[in-house]
Design a protein around this ligand. Structure first.
Ligand code: F6R
Length: 615
């Protein structure tokens, strides 16, 4: 939700900011703006629309300025327009600020500031903060750092901010609470950003600011980091980032989403690397092993997550209950955090999140911790907020996921959940040695099967996407492990093609959704061979009897459902436990190609953002 970037050093700031904003655009893309410090003050341009539009309008700022900040927005307070775009200026035009997050008490602060004579031009919460800073600066005769600290102590909400003072061409002040902020350190130069992608070609040395911290970055000086609350000095160790530039580029693919779909054999392999040691017959996961007592004595495991990560959690429930016989509950993080849930010290709470920044998931986890549960994270982004507050966790190692629709992160999450379930099942004696060995060798072969699925299904999926691209509704059905696959398939279609779609357990169809079926309704049925395959075939017959169009995702060599279906997509045979990983591939491709054929902006679908750092 909004991306911020800033530079202070000896290079031109403008190109670094523009290119940085392009890389952060996945975080929000309804408007953008930037400010560079010029000899005679701020050079500021902001606009509704994408970073490319900002670039068009701001080219004249590509001067010698070596200090500046930029912002790409996902609107919260106030519609996307030029005025509401960031950066925001204080009334005296001396202070400029960019902000990612929400100031929850902005309304009462705004009322007080209006009473003191401040005037507001935008509908944003951010303009309140910049004026509060001016207010404290003037009233208490403070420098910028102190004024920012005073102001943030008045604020309730979440933020990552970068602030500049017109009278000081050598300083940026930054702060964070609940929204990410990383500081890159070069040779006498500093970069700030919501994630490290804007500065990877310049430096890999960086550190993440912690919640409740602020930093004053001055030209040719050490960074001064303080706790916002009590001004206590803090030090951070600079770390070497492991991400490469190639990982955040499209590498010849038309869209990041397609690249990420095709990366899955690798991302799943990377996620298993060093963990699944088939020759030694072990699964090595320090996060589970070091805390095995917590897991093995857990009364239950609660999984909290949102969106696609929630769907991975639902599959995790099947895996862990089936293989390790530990009770699992899966909850939308946004509901869990507000319903006064019963959590015990013997509960393990697992948060699944690609970004590791999702506000609801983070809050659910904090609540679980307060109530004494052991908290575990499954995250993709190294150093993210969730990863840093958990007691232990496992990174998915899928590499940066830039397309807004989650693909490779989902299958990597399923890989980690499979590893956890199999490992726990072995340690608590639910899996025999033979079953354990057979599951791990099968899992080890999944990247090859994913590769085959990509090779064997793409053409068929393109053909089907042509036929159904003008559908206005679609149903996705599945049972058991593949009921969440149906939910995920429907979500993928909705979010990037804007076609309404619903996922349902196949047997539930007759309790309502069957009323929707007619000759115009495509129904995607995910039905690999499992114990209840025959039941799904009966459900398919019911659809056919009502003239629904069936797209069947079945195992290679399927005969029964294939006879009834209008279109058949074959995925390789596997144990049911791993079938959602294989089924995900054609479903991702189907939504991708339909969206492309409809001319949608696949990587940046309307109204969405990659990292949802607001409630
Ligand atoms: C769907 C999608 C979203 C995210 C959700 C949670 O394709 O990307 O539904 O899955 O916003 O995000 P994370 O996993 O970052 O917590």
């Amino acid at each position: 939700m909004c991306g911020i970037v800033g530079y202070l050093g000896n290079r031109k700031a403008y190109p670094i900011i523009i290119n940085g904003l392009k890389r952060l655009e996945y975080r929000g893309y309804d408007s953008a703006g930037l400010v560079v410090m010029e000899d005679d003050g701020f050079g500021l341009v902001k606009t509704k629309g994408k970073v490319s539009e900002l670039e068009e309008k701001s080219k004249f700022l590509n001067n010698g300025s070596t200090l500046g900040v930029g912002h790409t927005r996902w609107a919260t307070h106030g519609e996307p327009n030029d005025v509401n775009s960031h950066p925001h200026l204080s009334n005296d035009e001396q202070i400029v600020l960019v902000h990612n997050g929400i100031i929850e008490n902005y309304d009462s602060l705004k009322t007080e500031l209006i009473q003191k004579g401040f005037v507001f031009h935008s509908e944003t919460d951010t303009e309140v903060l910049v004026n509060l800073i001016q207010y404290f600066k003037d009233k208490e005769n403070l420098n910028l750092t102190e004024a920012v600290r005073y102001s943030l102590n008045e604020v309730v909400g979440a933020y990552a901010i970068a602030v500049m003072d017109k009278n000081d061409p050598d300083e940026i002040v930054v702060a964070r609470l609940g929204s990410p902020l990383v500081i890159g350190i070069g040779d006498n130069e500093f970069f700030i950003a919501s994630d490290a992608s804007p500065f990877l070609e310049f430096t890999k040395e960086a550190f993440y600011l912690d919640d409740g911290e602020m930093a004053t970055i001055r030209r040719d000086k050490d960074i001064d980091i303080r706790k916002i609350k009590d001004n206590l000095k803090v030090t951070h160790t600079v770390q070497e980032l492991k991400i490469n530039l190639e990982e955040i580029e499209k590498s010849g693919y038309e869209h990041f989403m397609l690249k990420e779909i095709y990366e899955q054999p690798k991302s799943i392999r990377d996620t298993m690397r060093g963990r699944l040691l088939v020759d030694e017959g072990i699964i090595k996961m320090a996060g589970i092993w070091d805390y095995q007592e917590k897991f093995l004595n857990a009364k239950r495991i609660i999984i909290v997550a949102c969106g696609t990560s929630y769907h991975a959690g639902l599959i995790g429930e099947y895996l862990i209950e089936d293989l390790a016989r530990i009770p699992v509950e899966v909850e939308y993080a946004s509901e869990f955090r507000y319903r006064n849930p019963i959590i015990n010290r013997k509960d393990v709470v697992i948060a699944i999140s690609q970004s590791g920044e999702t506000a609801d998931t983070l809050a659910a986890l904090k609540l679980a911790r307060e109530k004494g549960a052991f908290i575990y994270g499954i995250n993709n982004v190294v150093g993210s907020s969730i990863a840093r507050i958990t007691d232990a966790g496992s990174y998915t190692h899928a590499g940066p996921e830039i397309g807004v629709a989650s693909t490779k992160a989902f299958t990597a999450q399923l890989t980690i959940l499979s590893l956890i379930a199999i490992k726990l099942g072995k340690h608590n004696g639910n899996l025999s040695k033979e079953r354990f060995n057979s599951l791990i060798s099968e899992l080890d072969n999944i990247p090859e099967l994913v590769q085959k699925t990509l090779e064997n299904t793409a053409e068929k999926v393109i053909e089907i996407s042509e036929k159904y691209k003008n559908a206005t509704n679609a149903l996705y059905l599945g049972r058991g492990y593949n009921f969440p696959s149906a939910l995920e398939g429907a979500l993928k279609l909705k979010e990037i093609s804007y076609i309404h779609a619903e996922g349902y357990p196949a047997a539930e169809m007759k309790h309502g959704p069957i009323a929707l079926i007619d000759e115009n309704m495509p129904v995607v049925i995910i039905a690999p061979r499992t114990g209840y395959y025959e039941k799904v075939v009966s459900n398919a017959m019911e659809i056919k009897a009502r003239k629904g169009q069936i797209i069947a995702v079945v195992n290679t060599g399927d005969t029964e459902l294939s006879k009834i279906a209008d279109h058949v997509i074959e995925i390789p045979n596997s144990s049911e436990e791993f079938s959602p990983i294989l089924a995900a591939i054609p479903l991702q491709l189907l939504s991708y190609y339909i969206a492309v054929k409809l001319g949608r902006n696949v990587d940046q679908p309307r109204n969405l953002a990659k990292s949802v750092t607001v409630e």
